[in-house]
Ligand binder design. Sequence first.
Ligand code: UDX
Length: 457
Amino acid sequence: MSKMNEQHITTGGMKMRMKIGIVGAGYVGLVSAAVFADWGHDVVCVDHDAEKIGRIRAGDLPVYEPGLADMVERNRQAGRLRFTTDLSRTAGELDLLIIAVGTPAADDGHPDLTALWNVVHSLKQCVKGDLTVAIKSTVPIGTCQAVSRFLNGHPGSRFDVVAAPEFLRQGTAIADFLSPDRVVIGCRTEAAKRKMQQLFAPLACPLLFTDWQSAEMIKYAANAFLAMKISYINTIANLCEQVGADIQQVALGIGLDRRIGPAYLQPGIGFGGSCLPKDTQAIVALGKDYGVDVSLFREVLRVNREQRGRIVQKLADRLGGVQGKTIAVLGLAFKANTNDVREAPALDIITRIVQAGGEVVAYDPAVNMESLKNDFCFTPAADAYQAVTGADAVVILTEWEEFHGLDLQQIRSLMRHPLVIDGRNLYAPHMMKQHGFHYVPVGVPEQEVAEAAATTV
Ligand code: UDX
């Protein structure tokens, strides 16, 4: 615990050390639990999955997140962080209960709130007295209101519901949690506002207090905007390939305009993960529910799907079809520094290659490939060199640091054909050309790749 945080929890004469319950031991729940415990609070993290809790207690976290395992262990040893499956035994003693369960997309694009409502029903049964309940799960607009109505339907207990959307990214979750651009809190009472001000006092960022609906909407709107920026830059990249421009230079030139900003202008294979696709789908479903034209976001999703297809098309164009060809796929995770493959573009791309008659050998440094190989019909490799051995082409789908440092000479010598389709623009085109590769990045015309090589030789 840092000096600053020790001061935070003891100054002002108020009770600053809170007893916090967090339901849901996924990304958001575990990171929140670890950080709040690190700030000195007494935290209990609850999950109904006994196997998961057993693994966590044994030091085996269900998510791969840099720095998280150490932070969890440090706080467990200090007695500030506990894990349990039993909500009823702890809920009654808490100052604050945070709900951070998953709300995955249902088939119709709406989030599935089953897990959230299960928690809410349990709370109503086991809490007698007052409790502040903060909802960190991403929930449709109107959920906090519905939860508050349900919980406060009977006399005896008073539940103060707070919307507390989370904006952390996988792979940088702890850093994002500790230095967010803002914290958004939707609440209705002064008491809840004060509690959340105390909780987030260690952060140097603005705290934005809003009504419930606006806080819920901010989460969807922010993620849909990021998704839109990625589909936008991918569309510009596709144009660059045809008109002879270089997307890296173009993105730099666009991003230097402060009205636009440089973030989320990296072109590639489109967005994946547990949030951007789901939350953009949810906005589309919302538009349908309320009769609002949200075709902009339908298009964002369509462009995103097409971007995956373009990778397979690039392969087929250069190999004369992928039927009977062996394709090495480097990277399965939806982005680097995570083992998460939810909505991972790589799995979709592999499926398309296999459906077109190609054979896939895949490698990822963090993803558990054994659990995926049968469903997605690929052969796992122990490392990148094994994956590329005898390959007709290599496709790079995750920007792992490890792939930056590959011995390109060796990779070239192991491949049957020197075709590299780079969905993440990891390498300098001239360097790849010098190593004898036929290198196809995103958003750079092949003519440009060839000319860049010619001018630097
Ligand atoms: C996202 C939001 O950023 C975060 O605020 C929210 O809480 C959860 O969803 P995350 O899913 O962890 O976070 O990943 P993010 O880093 O945003 O990337 C999402 C996807 O977009 C990845 O597939 C990534 O590869 C892709 N991406 C991102 C691009 O293709 N180009 C970019 O410039 C940025």
